[in-house]
Design a protein around this ligand. Structure first.
Ligand code: HEM
Ligand code: HEM
Length: 177
């Protein structure tokens, strides 16, 4: 066994990974419980929570991407073929891209609905589209579709983790614990 095989992600990368997992699970639970969003509805209650948690995800993902760009991932487990390494890298890149794009799409749609978007409920953010903008309204549908694509990517990622844990029985999952 190579010494590098057991070298996992650093503490900050682990903290950011599991913070995002908690926020994303909460965000889907909120999205599926909040009232149907239609013209004229006010962004209160669970809808306000959806906007706040979504913007927190964007903020944490930007910090995380910055951390990752300056702190490379540890060497991949030697049990992974180069094809599987490529699949794993592509899934990870897709997760980063989706978790930045999805909040931006939601933000643009919220702006089109005339809603003010803030960071952590205190820092006011500029609108990403004009109130009533037809493009901004359409981006709401794109947001919903991209959320499903994110779910599929997360499903693949978690299947990969379970495969390593139960079938390959290597230390891949331990790298993020
Ligand atoms: C990773 C973060 C996010 C996830 C996973 C997510 C997920 C979702 C999902 C699944 C829906 C559909 C809910 C349904 O079935 O009715 C939805 C709708 C919506 N989300 Fe998000 N969302 C995120 C971030 C945001 C952000 C940051 C905002 C705004 C600041 C936002 C604003 C909205 C709006 C306005 C809708 C309604 C869209 C429409 O029906 O036209 N979301 N979101
Ligand atoms: C919302 C759910 C999740 C998201 C969005 C997510 C996202 C990510 C991303 C973007 C990476 C790449 C890290 C990097 O190289 O910078 C990663 C790595 C990893 N994740 Fe997740 N993850 C989720 C859930 C999980 C769960 C539930 C598990 C365990 C069962 C898990 C285990 C891992 C492991 C072990 C790695 C490192 C893989 C390696 O060694 O290359 N993740 N995750």
């Amino acid at each position: 066994m190579r010494a590098t095989e057991d070298k996992g992600y650093d503490g900050v990368a682990k903290l950011l990974h599991w913070t995002i997992v908690i926020l994303v699970v909460a965000q889907f639970a909120i999205a599926w419980s909040m009232p149907d969003i239609h013209r004229g509805i006010e962004p209160v209650g669970l809808i306000a929570w959806h906007l706040s948690v979504g913007m927190a995800i964007l903020a944490v993902m930007l910090v995380r991407a910055g951390w990752r760009l300056t702190h490379p991932a540890p060497t991949p487990p030697i049990s992974l073929s180069s094809a599987m390494q490529a699949v794993s890298r592509a899934t990870h890149s897709a997760l980063y891209a989706l978790l930045v794009a999805l909040p931006l799409l939601g933000w643009a749609n919220a702006s089109a609905r005339g809603w003010r978007v803030t960071l952590f409920g205190v820092i006011p953010l500029p609108p990403l589209s004009a109130a009533g903008s037809p493009l901004g309204m359409t981006l709401g549908d794109v947001h919903q579709t991209v959320a499903i694509v994110l779910l599929v990517a997360i499903g693949l990622h978690v299947l990969g983790a379970v495969y390593h844990l139960v079938i390959v029985k290597d230390r891949t999952v331990q790298r993020m614990l």
